[in-house]
Design a protein around this ligand. Structure first.
Ligand code: PMP
Length: 418
């Protein structure tokens, strides 16, 4: 079967043909992938793409790196689910807490969604308050607590506040614009807020950076109102640097949610934080969390092997250089009005606007032009996210030859579009 034939069958089997909405944004139908290696993915038709989606963030080393693969295969020989602890969870937890200073204790779960859901419950249980404060366009996964003005595919498909979320829960969620400290101050003053949750660097409305003093301001305000601060570092953890955005900005939350990279491309999530807080999870405390697959050996070993590579620093050097070069080239080539937000190995381009500092700005960008840009690049064999409300990622496999090849394709596409 080719991709078109698979798509015809998938539409009969899955809502909208897919199992996660953004995948359907590749038009006229998604390409079906057979394998991935390094910076490339190969479709069932044998077409090769330079991949800047990278599984939406986890694959910071690129596809199927040998060092990670070898360890996974070794573990497969030993078994993959025991329903009782293994040493692997201790090893991964130690690695995480050695790099992320605010991570004294950890609970492993299976996705970023589960991590933020558990973290919000933990904060509510700890503070005995119900309300939370989030930021418009921040995405914290596909659960009721946070699907209010959510970014990512929730914005792409016009369901930023999803149907099916009980109104009683929506009412527990206060929302501010990112970078609006006055709003945070007002909400914390007037409402009994259990926790402020945010992506320290937004990656789900394109990339949006915190302005100077925003994160430190939120940190101070949460302290003074006895609210907890959750950094959702599902994207930024181990990507911005080995200590995440919190080390990069040196602002430390009470709770950190992690996912993506710490599972080396396998399903994972983690809630990390001060021991005094995390100890409220069952069975130590009274905030319930459980999971058949929590701390499963394959995700653990893939995470350990990935972090071992990241400890050698070269992945950041290569991935960051690739992103920097691409951003510089785009700035040089693009003659139409645009702005590019960039940090480390994450960036996004917004057309028709010259500054994007929050969700409202991101939504004012020329999304149609971005989609054209994505579609033309795809024709040339370069895969960037099919949605404005996602992030372009680079990896340790995006070495100079891959980047130069991409630049040649950018020259062609931008020449034709303008
Ligand atoms: N938080 C953030 C910041 C994310 O970017 C995502 C997913 N992109 C999630 C949470 C949810 O993670 P998952 O898709 O693994 O459930």
């Amino acid at each position: 079967m080719n991709s078109e034939e698979m798509w015809a069958q998938a539409k009969q089997l899955f809502a909208g043909g897919v199992n996660s909405p953004v995948r359907a944004a590749v038009k006229p139908f998604p390409f079906y992938v057979e394998r991935g290696k390094g910076a490339y993915i190969y479709t069932v038709e044998g077409k090769k793409f330079i991949d800047y989606v990278l599984g939406y963030g986890p694959l910071i080393l690129g596809h199927s790196p040998e060092s990670v693969k070898r360890k996974i295969v070794e573990q497969l020989e030993k078994g993959w689910l025991f329903g009782t602890p293994s040493e692997l969870e201790i090893k991964l937890a130690k690695k995480i807490s050695s790099h992320i200073p605010s991570a004294q204790k950890i609970r492993f779960v299976n996705s970023g969604t589960e991590a933020t859901m558990a973290a919000i419950r933990l904060a509510r249980g700890y503070t005995k308050r119900s309300k939370i404060l989030k930021f418009s366009g921040n995405y914290h996964g596909a659960h009721d607590y946070a699907l209010v003005e959510a970014g990512s595919a929730a914005t792409e498909y016009n369901v930023a506040t999803s149907d099916g979320v009980p109104i009683e829960i929506i009412k527990t969620v206060e929302v501010c614009e990112f970078n609006d400290l006055d709003c945070v101050d007002k909400k914390l003053r007037n409402e009994d807020i259990a926790t402020v949750i945010l992506e320290p660097i937004m990656g789900n409305a394109g990339v949006i950076l915190p302005e100077k003093d925003f994160l430190s301001g939120v940190r101070e305000l949460t302290k003074s109102y006895n609210s907890l601060l959750i950094f959702d570092e599902v994207i930024t953890g181990f990507r911005i640097n080995i200590g995440g955005a919190q080390s990069y900005y040196q602002i430390y939350p009470d709770i950190t949610t992690l996912g993506k990279i710490i599972g080396g491309g396998f399903p994972i999530g983690a809630v990390a934080g001060k021991a005094e807080i995390v100890d409220n999870f069952t069975p130590a405390g009274k905030v319930f969390n459980a999971g058949t697959f929590n701390a499963n050996p394959i995700s653990m070993i893939a995470g350990i092997a990935t972090i071992e590579e990241l400890e050698k620093e070269y992945p950041y050097d290569i991935a960051n250089k690739a992103a920097k070069t691409l951003v510089e080239e785009l700035e040089r080539l693009l003659k139409i009005k645009h702005t590019i937000n960039h940090v480390g190995s994450m960036f996004q381009v917004f057309f028709g606007i010259d500054k994007v500092r929050n969700y409202s700005d991101a939504k004012r960008a020329d999304k149609e032009y971005y989609i054209k840009f994505h579609e033309r690049l795809l024709k040339e064999g370069v895969f960037i996210p099919p949605s404005q409300y996602e992030t372009i990622f680079t990896s340790a496999s995006h070495k100079d030859d891959v980047v130069n090849d991409t630049i040649d394709k950018l020259v062609k596409v931008i020449g034709e579009l303008s």
